[in-house]
Ligand binder design. Structure first.
Ligand code: FES
Length: 377
């Protein structure tokens, strides 16, 4: 029996993926692999209605994301509407398109905070991994964000290529005057899943980088908060993904599809609601998509009898599907999963990759996200 809708609390967090379009082509992009198939974006009126409905339900935080949300020329209007409703608003951006004039206009519209992504502390790697020449632009944008008094989070997705630079990445963020630095180890979904063999660090590389983070935190003494998002593959402990399926978080994709997480639309056999046709309330409380893995009734006997189920909420459904082919399976990261060996084999694969230096194993090529037009063609 599924969790009764009456026991479900309203969403607290709404993430508006305004567009899948993006000038960057990152090898770990969180866009769906087939993102070019989902072209029709919600219009301004639809987004405003969705924000109003979510706020009326009780949502308090609204993230503007993508793709690159600055490609929407109604972003200022949407921010103003959200702020007027009382949302705390943040912009999650690559920085491309954030001119001083636009940053001022967003400030005037009430934008509370900006998260700016970097790919590395060096121009070469930043530009290589995003297949774009954006390093200098990002540095300028960081200056604009600070000069206008926004709280600034720098975000850097970590993987085998940039983990050796972690100390320099922290120093770069410090030099920019970031308030927070989020070092988010790659989560293997979407494009990162395609590139997992090439991106995955060894456990030794991760531990070394974590040691640098711990030492730098002590040096910074609280002046800049450094957040290390540990990869659960190496920790052998399932993450409490999204704080539970359909518990606090709703993602709205550019075409209006409402999802419990960024990756869920690739799960087979689930009809996720579209907010062109349904209200936020209907989608959240009554759709199969949000009910499917809500609560604990869906859990296997392994998860349903585990003392950790109230903390990890059964781990990650998308990870379970990608690794085992069954979204309802015990998260394969968990030591209790009969499929844990698949994760261990991937970690062992990272060690084998290092044998490339000796010529024993052929290096894995990286697959870059094509432009939407290329992909659709
Ligand atoms: Fe979809 Fe974890 S990313 S449930």
């Amino acid at each position: 029996m599924r969790t009764a809708a009456a026991a479900t609390r309203p969403p607290l967090w709404l993430l508006a993926e305004l567009t899948y379009r993006c000038p960057l082509h990152c090898v770990f992009c969180s866009n769906p692999i087939d993102y070019a198939q989902h072209r029709q974006e919600l219009d301004t009126a639809d987004w405003k209605r969705i924000f109003s409905e979510a706020r009326a339900l009780g949502a308090v935080q609204l993230g503007f994301s993508g793709g690159e949300p600055l490609l929407r020329d109604d972003l200022e209007e949407l921010v103003a509407h959200a702020r007027g409703l009382g949302f705390y608003t943040n912009l999650i951006t690559s920085g491309v398109g954030l001119t001083e004039a636009r940053a001022k206009a967003l400030k005037a519209a009430g934008l509370d905070h900006i998260q700016l992504s970097f790919q590395d502390s060096t121009r070469e790697l930043n530009d290589f991994l995003s297949s774009s020449r954006t390093f200098e632009l990002k540095a300028r944008v960081a200056g604009i964000i600070k000069s206008l008094g926004y709280p600034m989070v720098l975000n850097c997705v970590m993987h085998r290529y940039n983990l050796p630079h972690v100390g320099r990445i922290i120093q770069m963020a410090e030099a920019f005057g970031a308030d927070y630095l989020e070092l988010a180890n790659t989560q293997y979904y979407g494009w990162a899943w395609l590139n997992r063999t090439a991106l995955m660090p060894t456990v030794h590389e991760l531990r070394e980088a974590e040691g640098v983070v711990i030492a730098q935190r002590a040096r910074l003494d609280g002046r800049m908060k450094v957040i290390w998002v540990s990869p659960d593959y190496a920790d052998a402990k399932p993450k409490p993904c999204m704080a539970g399926w359909g518990a606090v978080f709703m993602v709205v994709a550019p075409d209006g599809t409402a999802l419990p997480c960024h990756s869920a639309r690739m799960l087979p056999g689930i009809a996720f609601p579209n907010l062109r046709e349904q209200s936020v309330r209907e989608a959240w409380f009554h759709s199969d998509g949000f009910q499917r893995y809500r609560g604990q009734a869906w859990m296997s006997s392994t998860c349903g009898s585990c003392d950790e189920r109230g903390h990890d909420f059964g781990g990650c459904r998308c990870q379970a599907f990608l690794v085992t082919g069954d979204a309802a399976a015990t998260d394969p990261v968990c030591p209790k999963s009969p499929q844990r060996g698949r994760i261990d084999a991937m970690l062992a694969g990272a060690d084998a990759e290092r044998a490339c230096a000796s010529g024993a194993v052929a290096p894995q090529p990286l697959r870059f996200v094509p432009g939407a037009a290329q992909q659709a063609g």
